[in-house]
Design a protein around this ligand. Sequence first.
Ligand code: HAS
Ligand code: CU
Length: 551
Amino acid sequence: MVTRSEASPDLREENGLAGAYLAVALTALFGGVTIGLFQALEHAGLNLYPALVPVIRSYYHGLTVHGVLNVLVFTTFFICGFLPFLTARALERPLASRALAWVTFWLMLGGLVLAAVPLMGNAASVMFTFYPPLKAHWAFYVGLTLVVAGTWLVTLNLALTLRAWRAGSPGVRTPLAAFMAMVTFTMWTIASLGIAAEMLFLLIPWSLGWLAGTDALLARALFWFTGHPIVYFWLLAAYASWYTLVPRQAGGKLFSDPLARTSFILFMVLSTPLGFHHQYTDPGIHEGWKLVHAFLTFAVFFPSLLTFFNVVASLESGARARGGRGWVAWFGKLPWGDPSLAAQVLAMLLFVFGGVGGLINASYNLNLVVHNTAWIPGHLHLTVGTAVTLSFMGITYWLVPYLRGRGLWSRGLALAQVWLWFGGMTIFSHAQHNLGVLGAPRRTMLGAAPYLRPEWQRDLLMTGIGGSILFVSAMLYFLNIVLTLVASRVPAPEMPRFAEALSGPDHAPVVLDRWQPWLLVAVVLIVIAYGPSLTRLVATTPLTTPGFRVW
Ligand code: HAS
Ligand code: CU
C-alpha cells in the first residue's frame, strides 16, 4: 500500500485539475443549497418565490435548479476532480495525458454552460429526471450529454494511467485508491449508456423537431438504466475516502483490503441491472422483470453491508488505539475534533437510515406506499444529501487547504457546520419520511395544494426548520472555505496518508485484480435483466407523444 505524505512536485498539474473541478462543483452546490432553503420554507407555509422573480420564476423552476445543481453538477464535477487526484497520488505518477484531462474539463464545463442557459432561463424546468413528455430546450439535453461524454474521457485517462503504471510495476497489486477510482468510472461508463441512448435517440432529435413525438415509457426505462447506478457513482467516491483515508484519519487501519475490493467488484457487477425498482408503478413492463430487478436490488445491498462491517471495524481499530474501550463506548474515542473525520462518520451514521429506507423502497409491495411521496426526498437527502454530500464536505476540509497551501480557516466553525448538517438533516429527513407515509406527494408546491391535510402540518413545519438549519450549515461551510482561500494564516496541511490495512492487498485473490471476468458478468447480467424488456419497448415504440411545456 502506498503511504506517501506529500505531493511530489510533478503532481502540481493534477492539483490544479482537481482545483478546477472543485471550483465548479462547489459553485454548483452553493446555488443548489441556497434554493433548497426556499423549497423547505415553502413547505412550511412561507412562500418566498415571488421575491425571487425574475431569477427563479416559480417553485418548479427552483426545484429543477436545486436538483440539477446538487445531484448532477456538484456530484459529477467533484468526483471527476477527486478520483483522478487520488489515483495520481496512489500510483505516484501523473495522469497518462494531462492534455486530455484539460480538454475533458473544458468539454464538461462547456456542456454545463450550454445546459445552464435554458436551465436558468426557465426553458428546462423539467426536474433533474427530465421525464418526457415534459420538453426542455435542446441545449439542456445537448449540454448534459457533453458532460456525460466528458466523464467517459476521464475513464479513458484513468485506464491509460493504470496501464502505464502496470507496465512499470508488473505483479504488484493495484493500490486500493486507484483500483476504487477505476472501478467507479468503469461502472459509471457502462451505466451511462442508457442516458446517452435516451439523449441521442429520443430527447435531442425530439427537442430539435426532427422527431414528431416521443415515448415516455421507453425514455424512463433508459433514464433509470443510468439513474439508479448514478447513485453508486456518487456513493463510491465517498466510499473510496471511507476505505482509503478515513481509517488513518481515525488513527487506525483499514480492517480488510480484500473485502474492500470485493465490495467494489460487486458494485461494478450489480449496480446497473436493477433500474426497474424506480418503475414498479409504470405500466408496460412485465411484473416478472420488475421482480427480477427487486431481487437484484437486494443483492446490491450486500456490498454496502460489507462496507458497513469493514468501515466500522476500521474505525474501531482507530478508536481502540486511542484508548477506546467497551463494545460501543469506543465510538466516543474517535478524533471527533477533526472536522474532516467527524463529517464523514456522521455521514455514515445517517446513511444507515438511508440504507434501511432504500430496502423499503426496493420491496416491491412497500414501494407502492412510498412511491412518489415525500418519503423519497426523505430517502435521497440521507443518501446523496448526506452520505455523499457531507462526506464530500469532509474531504474538502483537507483537500481545499491542501490545494490552496493554507490551513483551514477555522476548525471550530467546521465542526459546528458538520453537526448542524447532521442535526438539520435528522429533522428534515424524518419529517419528509413521515409526510410520505401520511400520503403527501413529492415534487409538489404543497403550500398551494388545496388538499393539504391537517395531520401534515407538524411535519411541514419541521421540514422548514430542518431545511433552514441545513441552509445555515451550508453557509458556514462556504464561509469557511472562502476564508481559507483568501484569509487563512494557518500553515498548510499535508494530505492525509492512505491507510494501511490489517489484512493487506496480498491476501486478496488475484482474480480481484482482473477486469475481464467481472466486466463479462456485468454485461451478461445487464443483458438478462434489461434485454427482453428494452427490445420489446424499442420494437413497439410508437413515438407519438407530443411534448408539453406545463410551466
Ligand atoms: Fe436509493 C430512490 C433503493 C441507496 C439515491 N435513491 C432514490 C432516489 C435517489 C436515491 C436520488 O428500490 C430518488 C430518485 C428519484 O428522484 O426518483 N437506494 C435504494 C437501495 C439502496 C439505495 C436499496 N439511493 C441509495 C444511495 C443513493 C440513493 C446510496 C445516493 C447516493 N432508492 C431505492 C429505490 C428507489 C430509490 C427502490 C425508488 C423509490 C421510488 O419509488 O421512487 C442501497 O444501496 C442502500 C444500501 C446502504 C446500506 C447502509 C450501509 C451503511 C454504511 C455506513 C457504515 C458506518 C457506520 C459508522 C454506520 C446497507 C456503509 C457508525 C459506527 C457504528 C458504531 C454503528
Ligand atoms: Cu435506485
